[in-house]
Design a protein around this ligand. Structure first.
Ligand SMILES: Nc1ncnc2c1ncn2[C@@H]1O[C@H](COP(=O)(O)OP(=O)(O)OP(=O)(O)O)[C@@H](O)[C@H]1O
Ligand SMILES: [Mg+2]
Length: 218
């Protein structure tokens, strides 16, 4: 479903990813583990088309995607929950969730169907829906970011350190939501980054470790 083949990325002339090879099968749940600065966010941004590789290829659903721009990648069914969430504070939770679907110009009936499906999966979002995003706690914001990613991520969702900074009770709820997601939508692949491998072990089938921009172990 998601494949990086020998991808190298330079940022401001500095090598940040080196020869990264990573595969997420359809419906697969995969962890990308690494310390601060290892290259986790860069890897997800590369899959989203936000950074051009200097070398290597990005393949999505069997199709060459290295040069496909980010807004077309969402059309391929990839949802992305970035590390810093990026919710619009003056918009309601519902409006934040609808934004990517509007950018894709999905038919209103399809948007409504997806919103219902996400609310069924993450019922707490239904209660939060009318609230302004600016008033959310950090943990609530992470849930909203997951829901927003699922609005377009019909094939895969990329979750960048969703557990970071979550209180233990919230982390547990988030993990439960991911399990429900996999049960309800077994064809949606999940790629999730973390610095602590223990946290994700029960949630994933496969773990890649990244160190200084290189895949160190799989
Ligand atoms: N815009 C940028 N300009 C310069 N260097 C960058 C930029 N973005 C990333 N880097 C560098 O690339 C490397 C990888 O960064 P990246 O954000 O992918 O790491 P990460 O694994 O997500 O780290 P963290 O756990 O802190 O989120 C780091 O050394 C970082 O300093
Ligand atoms: Mg990061």
């Amino acid at each position: 479903m998601l494949e990086l083949h020998n991808v190298s990325i330079d940022i401001a002339g500095v090598p940040v990813l080196r020869d990264v090879h990573l595969v997420v099968p359809p419906g697969g749940r995969v962890a990308l583990i690494g310390r601060n600065g290892a290259g986790k966010t860069t890897t997800l941004r590369t899959l989203m088309g936000l950074l051009p590789p200097r070398a290597g290829r990005v393949v999505i659903d069997g199709q060459e995607a290295t040069a496909v721009p980010p807004h077309h990648r969402a059309r391929l069914g990839i949802g992305y929950a970035p590390e810093e969430r990026r919710l619009f504070g003056s918009f309601s939770v519902r409006e934040n969730m609808l934004l990517p679907a509007e950018v894709l110009r999905l038919a209103p009936a399809e948007v409504a169907r997806r919103l219902d499906a996400v609310f069924a999966l993450l019922p707490e979002l239904k209660d939060l829906a009318p609230r302004r995003a600016a008033g959310l706690s950090g943990g609530q914001g992470k849930m909203v970011a997951l829901g927003r990613a699922l609005m377009v991520g019909t094939r895969a969702v990329l979750l960048d350190e969703p557990f970071q900074g979550l209180a233990p009770a919230l982390a547990l709820r988030y993990a439960e939501a991911l399990k429900r997601l996999h049960q309800a939508l077994p064809d949606v692949a999940i790629l999730i980054t973390e610095s602590n491998p223990e946290l994700l072990r029960p949630l994933v089938e496969r773990t890649f470790v990244i160190e200084r921009g290189e895949i160190a172990a799989a």
